[in-house]
Design a protein around this ligand. Structure first.
Ligand code: ADP
Ligand code: MG
Length: 316
């Protein structure tokens, strides 16, 4: 359903790639989680898929069609196939438009429906996202954050997409509400056979929604593989450090890994492995690991791939 092949992206005016040779593959009906610290390039990847940011190198394929820097018919194909759900539902809701009108608007962008047909489609979509029918006449300010995100999800589903890009879909919600929205997203995926690319800095969100995970650091994928295996036995030191920052996911731990230094941005990307200055197995920490400061590790291995010269051992 989605393939990124060796995609590099740089913003105009910059001389560095904020997304650096990223490859991603998601089968129809599967859910891939893209995790990483803030600024690692996750949202840029999503924006490139829907044509909001142009790709400098590499290709983007959606449902079998090359949509790299799409225009015209290719862009229409993307719009018919892919929808996004953002962190902030307010961004996609007009404050003076009722829920019913907002959902109806999203339906009619791509589908010729009007009158009773449109009304019943709006009712069906509200029901699908777990909102009572009487909500059609409500305004966004009358809704809770979770209800607003449900309206945003209904709008995303209105054009009948196959692929949803979920960019931090629960980050703006109270913890108690996050679970209900995640539950809804998981049910919708199963019921409608949707494909998900879920972006989050929160590993719990990814673990709940996704069967596969790709970990991004400073614009490149450092580790990718089956979610269960990666959460239980990460092989990249960066993934291990991320997991360690979430004690409830880490399971049995021996020693706490502390990431040295702040995440830098792409303009300060060091040579070699971009993580080596912060890595507990980097040349500053382990003698003999000088290679990490010189040679960019390639992402290798299937189905569990890691880009590290000295990966963590596979447990027996
Ligand atoms: P994430 O979603 O992982 O937090 P982003 O994709 O938003 O990361 O950003 C990746 C990098 O690109 C950051 O260093 C950010 O500052 C930079 N960036 C994002 N949007 C723009 C833009 N419109 N122009 C220039 N730089 C940008
Ligand atoms: Mg982001």
């Amino acid at each position: 359903m989605l393939r990124l092949d060796d995609v590099s992206i740089r913003y105009s005016g910059s001389h560095v790639d904020v997304v650096d040779r990223v490859s991603i593959d998601i089968a129809e009906g599967a859910a891939l989680g893209l995790v990483g610290e803030s600024g690692s390039g996750k949202s840029t990847v999503a924006r490139a898929i829907v044509g909001l940011t142009s790709v400098r190198n590499g290709s983007v394929t959606v449902a079998g069609s090359d949509v790299t820097n799409a225009k015209g018919a290719a862009l229409a194909h993307v719009r018919a196939t892919v929808q996004m759900v953002f962190q902030d539902p307010n961004a996609s809701l007009h404050p003076r438009m009722t829920v019913g009108d907002a959902v109806a608007e999203a339906v009619t962008v791509r589908r010729r429906l009007s009158g009773a047909g449109l009304e019943s489609e709006v009712a069906r979509l509200l029901d699908l996202v777990g909102l009572p029918a009487r909500f059609v006449d409500r305004f966004p300010f009358e809704l809770s954050g979770g209800q607003r995100q449900r309206v945003a999800i209904a709008r995303a589903l209105a054009p009948q997409p196959k692929l949803l890009l979920l960019d931090e879909p629960t980050a703006s919600l109270d913890v108690s509400v996050q679970a209900t929205v995640l539950n809804l997203l998981r049910e919708l995926q199963r019921e409608l056979g949707l494909t998900y690319l879920a972006i989050s800095h929160d590993l719990a969100v990814i673990r709940y929604l996704c069967d596969r995970v790709a970990v991004m650091e400073l614009g490149s994928i450092k580790e990718a593989g089956p979610a269960t295996e990666m959460f239980a036995a990460p092989r990249h030191h960066y993934t291990a450090a991320l997991l360690d920052a979430v004690p409830r996911l880490a399971g049995r731990r021996t020693e706490r890994i502390v990431l040295r230094g702040d995440p830098s941005d792409a303009s300060e990307r060091p040579p070699g492995c971009s993580f080596h200055l912060r890595c507990p197995a980097g040349p500053g920490a382990v003698d003999g690991h000088e290679r990490c400061a010189v040679e960019v590790p390639t992402l290798a291995g299937a189905p569990h791939a890691v880009a590290c010269h000295f990966p963590l051992a596979v447990p027996d």
